[in-house]
Write a protein that binds this ligand. Structure first.
Ligand code: HEC
Length: 158
């Protein structure tokens, strides 16, 4: 009988502990979302608005400054998953990507990868091959244009 009482007591205190723990976590989470709304825009995820066909113009000769800043972005945020050859690493190699894809498609893939993986059949095919979801890399539209210029240069455009 004594052990039964002990057990009940333990059970009750465990329940109390558990629920109070849950309660405080809820509070923490509330606080978190408040904090998020207060953080400056540059700390939240960047999703661009969808870029429409024809919205991006590509010209020759290449903009050398964009090529070079596009290259820096590549080295910092893309290189771990993308090679500049046609060989796949985590994601497809970039060689020939500007011939396979429209400029606006590439920029949407860079700025709105979640939207692309949900709605675009070509992006979904890549996901089936690579089995890894490309993460949002918080790239702005302007930066994605510079990466595109770097890709064009990698594909031999002068
Ligand atoms: C964690 C790995 C990872 C990183 C980092 C990454 N990607 Fe990707 N990327 C992928 C995968 C995987 C795919 C194929 C689609 C999928 O499975 O989500 C892909 C697909 C692409 C495609 C389409 C390629 C094609 O052949 O059509 C482009 C363009 C692209 N990524 C650009 C970028 C850019 C630009 C960056 C850096 C700013 C970047 N990716 C960073 C993994 C990554």
């Amino acid at each position: 009988m004594k052990s039964f009482q002990l057990f009940t007591a333990a059970f009750i205190s465990a329940t109390v502990l558990f629920s109070s723990c849950g309660g405080s976590e809820e509070k923490k989470e509330e606080k978190k979302s408040e904090e998020v709304t207060e953080t400056p825009a540059n700390q939240t995820e960047t999703h661009g608005t969808e870029i429409k066909p024809g919205e991006v113009t590509v010209t020759t000769p290449l903009n050398a400054q964009w090529v070079s800043s596009g290259k820096s972005i590549y080295e910092l945020k893309c290189q771990s998953c993308h090679k500049l050859t046609d060989e796949r690493l985590v994601g497809p190699g970039w060689k020939g990507v500007t011939q396979r894809r429209e400029p606006h498609w590439i920029m949407n893939m860079i700025t709105n990868v979640d939207m692309m993986l949900e709605t675009d059949p070509e992006a979904q095919k890549l996901l089936e091959q690579c089995l890894v979801r490309m993460p949002n890399q918080n790239i702005t539209k302007d930066d994605s244009r510079q990466v595109l210029e770097f890709m064009r240069s990698n594909d031999g455009v002068k």
